[in-house]
Design a protein around this ligand. Structure first.
Ligand code: NI
Length: 270
């Protein structure tokens, strides 16, 4: 699979699971906009069978290279971003991994338990990145226990390997030249913005502004029955040129710490 095929597959799974993402895409398309991705983000665990380096393999083969690394101390995450070597129209790939040793024995055991169930031929394969959940139907009790420690771990436990979010490049939009216009347009159309840390994360001086709509709430079948929980979100990014006139291409750890909370409904409601 080349990178475009991987993204198409991921987009299909993402929009099937999160119909609101397709609605947002269509909203902008219907305004005559060319909706391009700034980046696509993935989540994983730091276990060496499934860590960032493993998930990055198909992208490296498809012409991507590593460009930056990030530490999200609050969330106990480590991340890297990748860019296509020569095709600037290709989205950045952002992959984070949970530093499991920072968590309880319970969380570490649950993570080992699910990774042990992934077929070994899949671990070696480029299909892993979009293979979804490769373990037994999750238990709602475990999901909730994991969520108390890490919403990120709980999300992975339920959904497995898939895109966590796609990100609309505001730079590629014509009519919507500011992130505030994008947010207003989304709100006018009934979408809820993630307002943890303010609706807009980052300032023009940081060279990156980001916002996101709240995750879709979907029905998931657990061992104990069906429950409604957050799925994926859609993000928006506007980049600014640096002093030398080059468009900033990295990520900002402190903004992303907040944006990770887009899938974190329960804390918000409390
Ligand atoms: Ni992102």
């Amino acid at each position: 699979m080349n990178a475009k095929e991987i993204f198409n597959k991921l987009w299909k799974d993402y929009t099937e699971q999160n119909p609101s993402a397709k609605k947002v895409y269509d909203l902008f398309s219907n305004e005559g906009e060319d909706v391009q991705n700034d980046h696509i983000a993935f989540r994983t665990f730091d276990d060496k069978r499934v860590n960032i380096d493993v998930l990055a393999k198909p992208f490296l083969k498809a012409g991507y290279e590593e460009k930056g690394e990030y530490h999200f101390e609050q969330k106990h995450l480590y991340a890297k971003h990748f860019e296509h070597k020569d095709d600037t129209s290709m989205p950045r790939v952002f992959i984070s991994e949970l530093i499991t040793e920072d968590f309880s024995k319970f969380l570490q055991e649950k993570v080992a338990e699910i990774i042990n169930q992934i077929p070994s031929n899949l671990l070696e394969s480029d299909e892993l990145i979009h293979s979804g959940r490769q373990w037994d139907r999750p238990s709602y009790e475990n999901y909730q226990k994991l969520r108390e420690e890490s919403e990120y771990a709980a999300w992975l436990y339920v959904y497995g390997f898939r895109a966590n979010h796609f990100t609309v490049s505001i730079n590629a939009l014509k009519k919507f030249d500011s992130i505030y216009k994008v947010n207003q347009f989304l709100k006018d159309n009934g979408f809820l913005m993630n307002d943890s840390g303010g609706e807009v994360k980052g300032k023009p001086e940081d060279l990156l502004e980001q916002s996101s709509i709240k995750s879709e709430i979907i029905k998931v079948d657990f061992q104990e029955g069906t429950y409604e929980i957050p799925a994926c979100y859609y993000e928006f990014a506007k980049r600014y040129p640096d002093e030398r006139g080059n468009l900033y291409s990295g990520f900002i750890a402190k903004s992303a710490d907040k944006i990770f909370e887009s899938t974190d409904y329960y804390k918000k409601k409390a």
